[in-house]
Write a protein that binds this ligand. Structure first.
Ligand code: G3H
Ligand code: 13P
Ligand code: ZN
Length: 309
């Protein structure tokens, strides 16, 4: 199975009432942990790379590692640019072998967002690369830009048809109350399923994307707090809400913070339990296993994409 774009994957997910996990990758151990779980559960995968990840690890290293993961597992894998800020980064990723890109014009006025998105779609489709756009604005931190809860805004369902028709995007990220990072809700978690439902009615059969969708799994927060870290007030999206979204029009669920928590929790535990260790392979093995088990849990208990590769 070659590295693929998201078209077929989303069609099957929409029809099957499940979602595909889009996991952020930054290094070899994260890629291996995710792909080992997906292979064991025979699940389709989206591995996504942010501008920060490209800066940290370099495009070519991540691309080659993902190609190695594909060769090792034989799974359908989409290589996706997460939160592309402008045309140039999207072009660079398309030219560099990615099969899918996100152009995130959500902070621009509607017309400008459409114009930028359309330009990326025109270029991407020449190379059979699929494109994700975004309407509405999530709170939280992404690529060092912090959006406050006051500056975030829900997607307006009245705009989605015009946006999709005029831009030609293949999927659409919408804002229904999730946010990036490990501190998503101040009080009771609340998502606007009424907006998701209305968007689904206006775009029948069209794949919707949910960003900021980590559950901030409490056992990992506890692990971090137990082994010398401090994350008071960390809170994510309850898993039953994610399962509900996956059974509706949501075909792609973005997960980064839960990977960070699993990886860092295991590293912290390793050093408390083995203060004499200094071989990176020892603590990185624990980190990789932590990522694998967390991703397996997501695939089987949250996304419902096990057995769907
Ligand atoms: O949405 C943001 C992702 O979690 C990526 O984060 O830009 O720090 O790599 P990053
Ligand atoms: P989390 O911070 O909830 O993991 O969201 C990640 C994300 O949306 C990446 O685009
Ligand atoms: Zn995001």
């Amino acid at each position: 199975m070659p590295i693929v774009n998201s078209r077929e994957m989303f069609k099957k997910a929409y029809e099957g009432g499940y979602a595909v996990g889009a996991f952020n990758v930054n290094n070899m151990e994260i890629i291996q942990g995710i792909t080992e779980a997906a292979k064991e559960e025979n699940a389709p995968l989206i591995l996504q790379v942010s501008a920060g990840a490209r800066k940290y690890a370099k495009h070519v290293y991540l691309m080659k590692l993902i190609e190695a993961a594909e060769a090792d597992t034989g799974l359908p894998i989409v290589v996706h640019l997460d939160h592309g800020a402008d045309f140039d980064i999207c072009k660079s990723c398309i030219d560099g072998g990615f099969t899918s890109v996100m152009i995130d014009g959500s902070h621009f006025p509607f017309e400008e967002n459409m114009e930028l998105t359309r330009k990326v779609v025109e270029y991407a489709h020449k190379y059979n690369v699929t494109v994700e756009g975004e309407l509405g604005r999530l709170a939280g931190v992404e690529d060092e830009v912090k959006v406050s809860h006051e500056d975030s805004s829900y997607t307006d369902p009245a705009q989605v048809q015009e946006f999709v028709q005029n831009t030609g995007v293949d999927s659409l990220a919408i804002a229904i109350g999730t946010s990036h990072g490990a501190f998503k809700f101040k009080g009771e978690p609340k998502l606007r399923f009424d907006i998701l439902e209305e968007v689904g009615k206006r775009l029948p059969g069209f794949p919707i994307v949910l960003h900021g969708a980590s559950s901030v799994i409490p056992s990992y927060v506890e692990m971090i707090n137990q082994y010398g870290g401090s994350m008071p007030g960390a809170q994510g999206v309850p898993e039953d809400m994610l399962r509900k979204a996956a059974s509706m029009a949501v075909c792609k669920i973005n997960i980064d913070s839960d990977l960070r928590l699993a990886f860092t929790g295991e590293v912290r535990r390793h050093f408390v339990e083995h203060p004499d260790h200094f071989d990176p392979r020892q603590y990185l093995t624990d980190a990789r296993n932590g990522v694998r088990e967390m991703v397996r849990h997501k695939i089987v208990d949250v996304l419902g994409c096990n057995g769907k590769a």
